[in-house]
Design a protein around this ligand. Structure first.
Ligand code: GDP
Ligand code: IMO
Ligand code: MG
Length: 422
């Protein structure tokens, strides 16, 4: 398939890093097209264990060229750190990593404002990663952003930055924060640019030549479908589009070139940060412990809940998902009984996810089906037919409820822990 998009169908952290690592070896290009270093994609392979924030997860396969598209916002300090740690692990980046000059740069004032807005909103806060994502995208669409291309002309860059620091200092001061020193920010960022400059190049020609020559592209979404700015649980969402369609603007790929969309879906649900989560487990300490996790980017606790078919069905429809990559089935092995949400009721009426806003979703009643668990260790199994019958029934129930075939089942964090079902 020439262009494959891999995306999460829930609230992020579905195991996209692992899914990408499964497929990337067969591709010529791997690319990021949205989000920024709010993403944390875990990959465990022969190089070690990585929580990747910006570099495409395909970087571990030497033949794969990696692109960071103009739709991504970049914190240069995080990128440089990530490049260093990949270098230390023996991963070569030269002539393999290409960064769009159109990508916007996360500046110190974006991170400060992210925190100040969250604090000002108190109980109504989104629970962002405080990486400056929202304020950077806000500057992008309000014509105040700074892109990598702006660094080329030193004087023009200094003027632009001086103006932005002055503007942002007024807002920072009004919100009770400490103003920034222009010279300090300027010198720090010129230093970052020197490190990143060799990797900056316009991607349009690379992508178009690749498409014309039948090269294969793997496009890696960050965040999850239900964090999408338009279709997620607004305002408890992220600031960039997370849908498959975002790859077209974020990378310069025509919509018709996308030939396959794979949806990565956890066998249960997690969510980091605030916002509605209809299937969150709150009254069962054992289940709560089993289903919650530690976040890859912020170290916060991910809220745990049962599988929500209403969400995955919606994500499948809005993204045009062809196949599901089901992760973390092994985590459900300890349960005698497993709950699955088949749909929602609101004020006694059957409703869909998309009928309600975030505040109504807080009050929705999930309709549960309770199934018997398989209650045995499935981590070493590599063939679908070797899974316990109850585990297979669970997988097949998910595909029936979601309306999409499950093509792969992951049963462990390691690279080899994938059962191919096709
Ligand atoms: P991403 O943001 O979608 O790439 O997901 P994260 O890396 O943030 O979170 C997924 C977590 O689940 C990571 O710690 C992975 O190592 C882990 N993981 C992925 N697939 C599986 C699986 O099938 N079983 C188990 N036990 N862990 C998994
Ligand atoms: P990956 O790619 C899980 C969530 C934050 C918060 C909301 C807005 O690893 O799946 P932001 O910092 O983006 O302004 O925060 O979005 N969020 C994620 N949750 N996984 C992610 O990325 C996320 N990226 C953002 O927790 O609720
Ligand atoms: Mg993650």
């Amino acid at each position: 398939m020439p262009v494959t998009v891999i995306l999460g169908t829930q609230w992020g952290d579905e195991g996209k890093g692992k899914a990408i690592d499964t497929f990337a070896g067969d591709f010529d290009f791997a690319a990021r097209y949205n989000g920024g270093n709010n993403a944390g994609h875990t990959i465990i392979n022969e190089f070690g264990e990585f929580k990747i924030h910006l570099v495409p997860s395909g970087i571990f396969y030497p033949r794969v060229k990696c692109l960071i598209g103009g739709g991504v916002v970049i914190d240069p300090a995080v990128l440089i750190e990530e490049m260093k740690s990949l270098g230390h692990a023996g991963v070569k980046l030269e002539k393999r990593l290409f960064i769009s000059p159109r990508a916007h740069v996360i500046m110190p004032y974006h991170k400060i404002l992210d925190g100040l807005y969250e604090e000002a909103k108190g109980a109504g806060a989104t629970g962002t990663t405080r990486r400056g994502i929202g304020p950077t995208f806000a500057d992008k669409v309000s014509y105040n952003g700074i892109r990598w291309s702006d660094f080329a002309d030193k004087e023009a860059f200094a003027n632009k930055l001086r103006m932005q620091v002055a503007l942002k200092n007024k807002i920072i001061a009004a919100l009770g924060g400490s103003p920034l020193d222009f010279d300090k920010v300027h010198d720090e960022y010129r230093g970052y640019y020197d490190g990143i400059k060799p990797f900056i190049t316009e991607l349009f020609g690379i992508v178009q030549d690749g498409l014309r020559n039948g090269k294969k592209f793997l496009l890696e979404q960050a965040m999850g479908s239900i964090l999408d700015t338009d279709w997620g649980t607004y305002p408890f969402v992220t600031a960039s589009t997370t849908l498959a369609s975002a790859a077209t603007a974020g990378l310069g790929i025509p919509p018709r070139a996308i030939s396959r969309v794979i949806g990565v879906t956890k066998a249960y649900t997690t969510r980091v940060g605030a916002g509605p989560m209809p299937t969150e487990v709150k009254d069962d300490a054992r289940a709560e412990k089993a289903l919650s996790e530690v976040a890859a980017t912020t170290g916060r606790i991910r809220r745990g809940g049962w599988f929500d078919a209403e969400l995955t069905r919606f994500a499948a429809q809005v993204n045009g998902i062809d196949r599901l990559f089901l992760t973390k089935l092994d985590i459900l092995s300890e349960f005698e009984e497993i709950k699955v949400c088949t749909g929602y009721e609101f004020n006694g009426r059957r409703v869909h996810y998309y009928d309600l806003d975030a505040y109504q979703l807080e009050r929705v009643q999930p309709i549960y089906k309770i199934v018997k668990g398989w209650h045995s260790d499935i981590r070493g199994i590599r063939k679908y037919r070797d899974l316990p019958a109850k585990a297979r029934a669970y997988v097949e129930m998910i595909e029936k409820l979601s309306g999409v075939k499950v093509g792969w089942v992951a049963n462990g964090p390691q690279r080899e822990a994938v059962i191919v079902r096709q």
